[in-house]
Write a protein that binds this ligand. Structure first.
Ligand code: FES
Length: 149
């Protein structure tokens, strides 16, 4: 075997032996598209996700989550019907600051520039002009459920 033929065979052998490594790297299940976030609670079959218990909501006045389906969440009891819950994307429509539930005033208050929102999310006091985005929410027994989307 001459030198040229030998080097040719070495090249083909090196390429063939590295092919499985290349294929394994390309088909890794660690890619972001293939994985699901393990920290997010799974939604029920009807698309609702448990975000807390009624007792927590009653004692704290609201349930706040920093990341619910990619956005902050605030859930309150409907002050006009305490058997119902209402849920909002917790970003003021003025400049995206979070709001807090003010049980005494019955409003969701933004501390940045003073906007207030009624318990249905509509604007009670500006500078915000648009309502808070809402989520579908419900109580099932003592479980507070919110539907993303
Ligand atoms: S961000 Fe809420 S009032 Fe400006």
């Amino acid at each position: 075997m001459d030198r040229r033929t030998f080097l040719s065979w070495v090249g083909v052998g090196t390429l063939a032996s590295s092919l499985p490594v290349v294929l394994a790297a390309c088909t890794s299940s660690d890619s972001p598209e293939a994985s699901t976030p393990e920290s997010s609670p799974a939604a029920n079959a009807d698309g609702f996700t448990e975000v807390g218990k009624l007792a927590d909501l009653e004692s704290a006045g609201s349930i706040v989550q920093e990341d619910f389906a990619g956005a902050p969440l605030i859930v309150i009891l409907n002050p006009e019907d305490k058997t119902q819950v209402v849920a909002f994307k917790n970003k003021c429509s003025h400049q995206q600051c979070p709001v807090d539930w003010n049980a005494e005033g019955g409003t969701l208050d933004c501390g940045c520039h003073g906007s207030k929102f009624k318990a249905d999310g509509t604007v009670a006091n500006g500078p915000a002009k648009d309502p808070l985005p809402t989520y579908e929410a419900k109580l099932e027994g003592d479980t507070v459920l919110v539907k993303a989307g």
